[in-house]
Design a binder for this molecule. Structure first.
Ligand SMILES: [Cu+2]
Length: 372
């Protein structure tokens, strides 16, 4: 990433990557998202049980499209919090150690709440961990409308933030993208302490995996000039999953978000990092667990300045009419692919851009033998 004048991208990136750091240890791994079979979640499993005909909370708008279109209501807040990219303090791939001071910074992330942002929702198969990075998975079936009540609770930086969706159908007032030529456009610069409600519809052409992210006023943590979408680099992004009644059911669904953090943008960090779901290095990034014979789906999104090459060892899947084991993602692109687990063992998944793999974009995939 860059301050003006803009240097050669590859050069700036490489220059910043050098000088890798060493430190101590900590612990922790992220939970795995497990998909339900196709079909909407039961209302009695929800922390919120709306009256019949009333808007339903996020959990009601889940895989499959067996019911009539719904209004799916979300209460989402941008929260600032201390975040450690490497809680176990270890790069298990390269064999290097880190201390918390090198890998921690003040993040901003989206979290889903009960109505009126009263309390954060617990993580779930549908939402994901709901711990802030990435934000909750927003799910819809074709025809559903997502009504997203967004509140900016960025008490640390005090920046304006927004929510900008990809892949859905919406009006300009629901776009969430700030520009200097129209700074008063609604919903594009939601000030700290304020809120805005967006409405987005899942069209037939919305089926698949998309992302949402902060698209508000350019800012800098260091000096002018500001950079676009610093909020997203700090952690304000998430995945949108849209299904229709032809979307196959799966046993496991893994939602992974690839993003990069640059010391030049976030000076609290000891170096640049490359993350899956806001964590770097093996057993900090999600450890994915499946059983042989299970139907597995990956939904992967990317955002930032880098092109990534997602690779899963030991596996192949159909994608765009051929088999692949590595897929390229550019900024704000996504891939969705399914396969039946046929290769028991412990495997790596990682970005195959060498520098990104070294910067933390790697994780473990464990496939247990059937009956084992
Ligand atoms: Cu990469």
């Amino acid at each position: 990433m860059t301050r003006l004048p803009r240097p050669s991208f590859a050069l700036s990136r490489t220059a910043r990557r050098r000088g890798l750091l060493k430190g101590a240890l900590a612990g922790g791994a992220l939970a795995v998202i497990r998909a339900r079979p196709s079909g909407r979640a039961e209302a009695d499993t929800l922390p919120l049980t709306p009256a019949s005909g009333a808007p339903r909370p996020a959990y009601a708008c889940t895989l499959g499209a067996q019911q009539a279109p719904q209004l799916c209501e979300y209460w989402i807040q941008a929260d600032a919090f201390q975040h450690n990219l490497v809680p176990n303090g270890r790069d298990g791939l390269m064999g290097m150690d880190y201390n918390d001071g090198q890998t921690s910074y003040m993040a901003v992330g989206y979290r889903a709440f009960t109505p009126n942002w009263e309390q954060p929702l617990q993580g779930s198969d549908d939402l994901g961990a709901n711990s802030g990075i990435p934000g909750p998975v927003l799910r819809a079936a074709v025809g559903d409308t997502l009504r997203v009540h967004f509140r900016n609770n960025d008490t640390h930086y005090g920046f304006p933030h927004s929510m900008h969706p990809h892949g859905l159908l919406y009006t300009p007032e629901n776009d969430g993208a700030w520009t200097a030529r129209d700074p008063q456009k609604p919903g594009t610069a939601v000030a700290a302490g304020e809120s805005y409600t967006y409405e987005w519809t899942a069209a037939a052409s919305s089926v698949g995996t998309w992302l949402y992210h902060d698209h508000s006023v350019p800012k800098s943590l260091i000096a002018d000039p500001p950079m676009a979408e610093l909020g997203a680099e700090l952690g304000l992004f998430g995945i949108i999953a849209v299904t229709d009644d032809t979307t196959p059911a799966v046993d496991r669904e893994f939602c992974l978000f690839m993003h990069d953090l640059y010391q030049a943008d976030i000076p609290e960090l000891g170096q640049d990092f490359d993350c899956f779901n806001g964590r770097a290095f093996l057993e900090n990034t999600p450890t994915l667990q499946v059983v042989e014979g299970e139907r597995v789906r990956f939904r992967i999104a990317s955002l930032g300045n880098e092109f990534h090459a997602f690779h899963l060892h030991g596996h192949r899947w159909q994608y765009n009419g051929r088999y692949d084991d590595t897929l390229v993602l550019g900024p704000a692109t996504t891939v969705t692919f399914d396969f039946v687990e046929d290769s028991p063992g412990e495997w790596l998944y990682h970005c195959h851009v060498t520098e990104h793999m070294m910067g933390g974009m790697a994780g473990l995939y464990r496939a247990q033998p059937a009956g084992g």
